[in-house]
Structures are given as C-alpha cells and as structure tokens.
Write a protein that binds this ligand. Structure first.
Ligand SMILES: *Cc1c(COP(=O)(O)O)cnc(C)c1O
Length: 433
C-alpha cells in the first residue's frame, strides 16, 4: 500500500486522501462544498421556508416582512440621486476598475458625509464596499479568526447576517440581550458577562433592526465603557445613521470619543432608498492607534473582490451633496407617521404589545402566547395569520426572540392600515382569556 502511494503522482495522493486509501484515482465525480460554504446559512430563509405559507385566496397578500423599502414603489430615491448616476453613466469615465478601497474622491465624499458632531474622518479612513453587508463581512473577517476559536458579541434581537457571516468562517457568536421595556437598550450586565478571552469584537447596531430603537448618549457611553475596560474593539452597524424620527437625535459612536477603536459600517441602502445599488462603507475611527494593522487588513480584504461598483462610487459625492435635507426629513416623517398608525392600531389587538420605535423602518410587537393556546408558537401563529388574513410578519425567531414579531413600516399607508386591521381582527378572533 505504501509503495503504491509513493509511486502515484501528487494528484493521485490528493485523491487518495479524499476518497479513501483503496482507490488511488477518483473514479466518480464527488464535488463537495467547503466548510465555509456549508457553514454559511440564511437563518431567515431557513425559518420562513419551513412554514410553507399559503395565503387566503380571498384576500390580497400584504407582506410586512420584507426589509426592502423599495418593494411597493411608494418610497423612491431623490431625483438628485437618480440624476447623479445617469450623469456618471453618460460621462463614461467610471467604467474601469477603481482602487479596491474605492476612488479617492468617493472616499473623500463619504468621509465628509460622516464628519459631524465633532467627528473628523479623512478619505484614508474610508473603505468602500459592496453594501453594508460586505462592510460587516470585511470587519468581522478582519477582527475574528475561526482557527483561533474567537467569538464576537452580537445583539439579541438582532440582524441575522452577523451570525451568518461569523459562523461561515468558524467564528462563534455570543448574544447579549436587549431589554424591550427599556427602549431595547442592551442589558449591560449580561453584555459584560458574555466577554471572555476569545472575544475579539462587540457588534453594536444603532439604530436597530429589528427594534427601531435609537440609543441615548448615556447608554452608548455605558456600552463603550465596557468595551474600553476589556479592550475590545466595536463594530458599529450604523446603516440607519440619522434615520431617526422627527425630534429625535442620532448619536454616532464615534462622536463620543470613548477611546474605543471602532469600525463604523454604513451605506446608501436605507437612508437614500437604494439598497440594490450595493454601496456601503467602513469608516475607521481610532483615536488611540490600535487599528494600525487592521487598517492594512481592511485594504487586503477589499482586494478579494477588487472593490465595489464604480458607477455608484462616481456618483456618490453628488448623491450625498445634492440630495436635499428635505428628502431625508420627509422619509423620517413618513416612517414616524407609519409607526404611529401601526402602534395605535395594534394597541387595539388583544394579546399583543407593540413597542413604539423612534428610528429606522421597523416595529416589533410581543405576542402573549398564553392567550393563544391554539398556536404552537409564534411561527405557527405567523403561518395561520397568513392563511387566514394574507398578512405576513417576520416571526421573532428570525431575530432570536421567539414570542415577538417584526413588521416593516415602509409599505404604503393604506396597506399598512389594512394589514394592521387584519392583524387586530385575527388576534381578537383567536384570543382566549
Ligand atoms: C439592511 C441592513 C444592512 C445591509 O445593508 P446593505 O447595504 O443592503 O448590505 C446592514 N445592517 C442592518 C442592520 C440592516 O438592516
């Protein structure tokens, strides 16, 4: 046997290791995905697909589940945003490759866009990415190493992609709880208790998907204090940055000068209503020089895809500078109005407790399942609501909080009203004392 191995070529030895010692050559096609591929899971799809949703044919479907503000066509990007891209295409100067971190002019524009409340970013602090998801992927990959047994802390409830990105590269996630009754603030004791020697990043999502919460300066400071004490960098998912309801103020983590090194992730998707354009960024905020090596890693990692879409990069300065404040204000007012409407209507449903958001595009409500014993759990309830009312809300299981559901506030007002009324009827019909 040893003889045979030694005499075979390199390729045959490789095949031997793969398919067993007896066969030196591969005789059948056996193409297997890598562990990265196998560990890469879409948790929302996995949950929703098991539900086998069948709407009531008598009622048109209203999807309150889709986290894409453009699906119903009522929310559109500003004309300035559209024009900026048309101009860039016509100029024909952005058809080639850009540096993998982005054009200098585009990075400059993003740096300026994020420089407010006493924060000063420079172009060299910015890495442009293919959407904020790609920014998050690069940050998690830069800071956490599956081979070293690293873990990162992520919020519960929270956006499912953090776990998808971490686990696909063998990095463990540990959850820290958010407290619904406390405007979804992090449970600080719980957060701190999750930290161990293998923790290499804390993911902070403010304003939050799915909660629609917007943290106070004090709360952000408390979280950053913990990160500072334990010397753990923060990945701040600020994709909903400044997308807060009228009268509220968004506080960026960078503006608190906490000394904590922070990778701020953001993008055009939500505030400019163009999620499909795939333009995100990482902004490196590092007052103490802890990210010297990480900066280089971000550049290296951006080279894996040779950077993001150059048309949007070419347009971004003009998108950012020419979109009037009134556009952002109107979007925020619409979302606030929709939140108010949904909150008021859902408050009439027996057995539901809606939580009023003050930012972003979502609202979460709690289901008092004790009063709905005919449903096995929240997933079952979401399924039956679809079957009877043709309204679908994302079950809390998708965000790691069973017993809750998330609705999106971006649908047209009449559909939102109709959907909420159907939810109320459904609950009142099934409620048991
Ligand atoms: C939508 C969303 C993203 C992803 O943004 P893209 O730019 O479309 O990749 C990231 N984080 C949160 C919390 C989101 O809701």
């Amino acid at each position: 046997m040893l003889d045979k191995l030694i005499k075979t070529s390199d390729i045959d030895i490789f095949a031997t290791a793969e398919i067993g010692i007896e066969t030196a050559k591969r005789e059948v096609w056996k193409v297997e995905p890598s562990s990265t591929a196998k560990n890469c899971r879409n948790f929302i799809r996995e949950i929703v697909d098991t539900l086998d949703l069948q709407p009531n044919p008598e009622k048109p479907v209203i999807a309150l589940s889709i986290g894409d503000p453009t699906v119903y066509g009522n929310l559109k990007p500003s004309p300035e945003t559209v024009k900026a891209v048309i101009d860039i295409i016509e100029e024909g100067l952005c058809n080639g490759y850009a540096p993998s971190v982005g054009y200098e002019s585009a990075r400059e524009a993003v740096a300026e866009y994020l420089s407010y409340d006493g924060v000063n970013f420079r172009a060299q602090d910015i890495v442009l990415c293919s959407g904020c998801s790609s920014s998050l992927e690069i940050c998690i990959t830069a800071l956490a190493d599956g081979n070293e047994g690293h873990n990162i802390l992520i919020p519960r409830p929270g956006f499912a992609i953090y776990r998808t990105l971490a686990e696909s590269i063998g990095v463990q996630v540990k959850y820290y709880n958010l407290i619904p009754e406390n405007n979804w603030e992090a449970d600080l004791q719980h957060l701190e208790a999750q930290i161990d020697v293998k923790t290499t990043a804390i993911v902070l999502n403010n304003p939050s998907n799915p909660c629609g919460s917007n943290y106070s300066e004090e709360h952000l400071r408390n979280i950053l204090d913990i990160a500072y004490r334990h010397r753990i960098p923060v990945i701040a998912d600020e994709i909903y940055e400044r997308l807060v309801f009228p009268g509220k103020k968004f506080i960026s983590t960078s503006s608190l000068h906490s000394g904590v090194p922070i990778l701020v992730c953001g993008g055009l998707a939500k505030r400019f209503l163009v999620p499909g354009w795939r333009l995100g960024w990482i902004a490196v905020h590092d007052e103490i020089g802890a990210f010297e090596h990480i900066r280089k890693s971000l550049v290296s990692l951006s080279q894996r895809t040779i950077g993001s879409n150059t048309l949007i990069q070419g347009a971004i300065a003009s998108i950012i500078q020419n979109t009037p404040q009134s556009f952002h204000d109107e979007l925020a007012s619409t979302l606030a109005l929709h939140a108010q409407i949904a909150f008021e209507r859902l408050s009439n449903a027996r057995g539901l407790t809606p939580f009023m958001p003050d930012s972003a595009m979502y609202m979460v409500y709690e289901i008092n399942l004790r009063h709905f014993p005919q449903f096995e759990n929240g997933l079952d309830m979401a399924k039956k609501m679809m079957e009877e009312e043709s309204v679908f809300c994302l079950p809390g299981e998708c965000f790691q909080i069973p017993g809750f559901m998330r609705i999106v506030l971006t649908v047209p007002q009449d559909l939102l009203e109709e959907a909420c009324d159907r939810i109320v009827e459904f609950c009142n019909r099934h409620y048991i004392e």
